[in-house]
Design a protein around this ligand. Structure first.
Ligand code: KPL
Length: 290
């Protein structure tokens, strides 16, 4: 079975590393300095200390299963490049919409979420910061059971669920709270709970997300889940804070942007999410490095 990881960022490298260690043939698709660094090998620090040679290329190749781990704004490019090259595609990217973009070009799409934590330390080097949970489900065609089998063999906690859309929305609502606040204030996740002024705003963002999910037919304790995730990831830098620190574009459009756009369609007011969206867009403009 040939596995491909399209997007060799922190989560892509961690998944690819663990799957390769389980004995699968894994190819990493990367660009620029990351491609050059990975040609020399992949270094892991944190919960695992290791250095391994990897097969890295700059173009997608034929694979049975491809994990798409690029940032959400690059999913359409990934879909185009992967068309006709992979039997199954699996995404555990942040945000809403990635599965649908992939489904336009690929027959079997597995959607999912993961709370495994990994950070980019440098080109070719990641830190495995925390074990988590992964939920997968068939989005289009079939494939979730096959992907789950690979992840299980790699020692990754994974469960196949019947309603993966719900999991995607729960994660998006949690990300819409944690990611913009940590990126704007440059704080670790745990600080959101510690600083009362920030926690008040966090709860408002969460409640707006909850009302949207209720309008879609999902019962959900958003504040409770945000608190749980913050406590589990207190020392983490969110992916959005990492993007801002590296002066990179963020995933705000696929997270808060989608929440605001879909809430508008359903006539659910989301003023605090709208404010976060505008502030992060403003922050991105002020960085202007991408
Ligand atoms: O998914 C995350 C992210 O940073 O993107 C959370 C759950 C907020 C952990 O940091």
């Amino acid at each position: 079975m040939r596995v491909q990881v399209f997007g060799a960022g922190a989560i892509g490298c961690l998944l690819g590393y663990m799957i390769q260690k389980a004995g699968y043939d894994v190819t990493f698709i990367a660009r620029g300095k990351q491609l050059e660094a990975l040609k020399k090998g992949l270094r892991i620090t944190g919960l695992i200390e290791d250095f391994v040679p990897v097969d890295v290329r700059n173009k997608a190749c034929k694979a049975d299963v491809t994990f798409v781990t690029v940032k959400s704004y690059d999913t359409a490019i990934a879909a185009k490049e992967l068309e006709g090259k992979t039997e199954i595609v699996c995404t555990v990217q942040n945000g809403i919409g990635n599965e649908d973009v992939l489904a336009e070009r690929i027959g079997n799409v597995v959607g999912g979420v993961t709370s495994y934590a990994a950070n980019v330390v440098d080109y070719g080097k990641i830190c495995y910061a925390g074990e988590g949970e992964t939920f997968l489900g068939d989005w289009k065609g079939k494939g979730a059971e096959i992907v789950a089998e690979i992840l299980k063999k790699a020692g990754i906690n994974v469960e196949v669920v019947s309603d993966v859309k719900r999991k995607k929305w729960e994660k998006a609502v949690v990300n819409a709270v944690i990611n913009p606040l940590t990126a704007l204030l440059r704080i670790e996740n745990g600080k959101i709970l510690e600083i009362e002024e920030v926690w008040v705003i966090a709860k408002e963002i969460a409640r707006e997300g909850q009302r949207l999910m209720e309008a879609m037919g999902y019962k959900f304790d958003a504040v409770g889940m945000v608190k749980e995730v913050i406590l589990k990831t207190a020392k983490n830098k969110s992916s959005m804070l990492q993007d801002v620190e590296r002066r990179r574009r963020t995933e705000i459009e696929a997270i808060t942007g989608e929440i605001v756009r879909i809430a508008k369609r359903l006539n659910i007011p989301t003023p605090v999410n709208e404010l976060m969206l505008r502030l992060v867009r403003g922050l991105e403009c002020s960085m202007l490095s991408y």
